[in-house]
Design a binder for this molecule. Sequence first.
Ligand SMILES: [Ca+2]
Ligand SMILES: [Ca+2]
Ligand SMILES: [Ca+2]
Ligand SMILES: [Ca+2]
Length: 600
Amino acid sequence: MTLPNYQIALLTLIIPLVISCGGGGGSSSIEIPAVTPSFNVSASAGANGSISSTTVTVTQGQTTTFTVTPDAGYTVASITGCNGTLSETTYTTGAISSDCSVTASFATFISTVFNTTAYELPYPNDLLSDLCEESVPIFTSILSPIDTNLDSHNDLIVHYWCGAGEFGVYIDTPVPDAVVAFKNNGDETFTIANSEVFGQETLSFGAASRKVVEADFNGDGYLDILYALNKEDGRAQAGEAGGASNEAPQSILLSNGDGTYALADLGYSEWVHAVDAVQLPSGNFDAVISGFRSPDVRGFRYEGQAFQSVTDYSSPGGPTNRFGASTLKFLPEYTIGSGSTLAISDSGDCGIQVNLSSFSKASGEWLFSDKTDFNCRTVQNAYESYTGEVDDLPLVTIDGQDYTGGGFGNDESCALELSPGDRPVAVVKYSAQPIEGNYVEGVVYKQEELTSENKINIFEVSDSDLALKTGVIEGHDVDTRFTFSACRDINNDGYDDLVLLQNAGSGGESTNTRNKPIVYLNDKENHLVKMDLEGIPEVPVGDNNFDYLIHGFLADMNGDSIEDLIYYRASRSYIDSNGTLDPDMTNLIRIYWGVKNLQP
Ligand SMILES: [Ca+2]
Ligand SMILES: [Ca+2]
Ligand SMILES: [Ca+2]
Ligand SMILES: [Ca+2]
């Protein structure tokens, strides 16, 4: 600190006076008023925001405050000068001892939600390098954030599997696959920890995976993972036994109660897309598996140190006397201690799986209660598939619009509360092909000339009714391909939100895709409103190690209650129409740590 000359003069004047006063209370000393200097503190704001004043005068040793006000959609990117600190929108300077200036700049809110540099998980080369045959794609299909050792840091369990060696050829061998445990070290790094978590280096299902649900099935306080397993790796069906070659042994990744995990074989082989965890009044969960091959739906209950098959889910009545195998969702319990008492599933009674059924356990057992009626019908010989074959045209009408599309329909679902404490609603993805201007008799519609729509329908479910609830989803793009990623509160405001995992194309995709998650925030007024995520980090195109099929989702991986952004490469994919594979086998998993919660 350099004192101005006049201040030094004052000090020399005052000090002798003080000494003389201390000598005995003489009354003749002259009082000289203390003159404390003041300084100019100037402030400036960059574009997209303002600061409360441009210049203030501050007495030496004092502080001053400025209010910074970002424009709508912006946030303070940086504010510096005069040794100050920012709290909310108030910038308080340090003690002022000279002229100084404060400078504020602003950035779009979304560009400051995540760190701009990422942590990349180690690549499990030892476990994956020899897994697939040469020239075969490897898929990173299911990433499960789960705290395996209850240290409050999410670990990550990842399932990798190989595509078929030759597409469309019948084989009956297991799918080469690998489960890999990434242990969270608690310092924002991860270590490959198969030996520690599984007690062995390699762990596999012999299957591909489709969906997943986490619940504590054996009641030991550690979450377990139930996978929907199958052999849908591109192999052909076996002639008459259509679908048998897609059956895979079903098992659960089950905790041992000490931070380690092992596969619990359920002794059941099926072709599965739909699994769920069903809460019982006891608080325990049944593992429910609804496959395409078996006439009934299996429940597995952990009793006496092992899973027992239960028949609670096998014949609920309704259009096909079973829960559907494409979408299946048991709603969380509404009354504490009642267990789950409501469920929805595709009805299975319509060619394009568009109808939805609801089920209730109010009577004590699971029974069909209601069904949508979208006027499902079939027009003979009016649908030409992409192979040129002419077949029947399945047809439904929703809100006055005709839809068709073989093999589409309801195929994903989740449940959430639009307001805290409300009865949960079912959120269902519905894919179909709209017929512009609606069906005209005599016309043969070509599959490849019809566009596909992917909608999100919300249903209110009660013991006796199932009702489409419109006007909830705002800003949805029906051209986007997606699966559900999260149906929970992702920004800590107490209201459930919806996050979609945006899919890239399937096999043969030749364009680099960089898919951000799709986020719908709850506006607290019964709407789920799509956020503009322009400006969040992305995996750069042209980063050749990681080209193709990048998907993003949200999870809190470091335990600070702020969602982190995770990107992964879904497959080592084909790079041209000749079926040439990307020569780089590395599948990245990359985390951008969250800095603050998303806001509408
Ligand atoms: Ca952990
Ligand atoms: Ca468990
Ligand atoms: Ca929320
Ligand atoms: Ca976090």
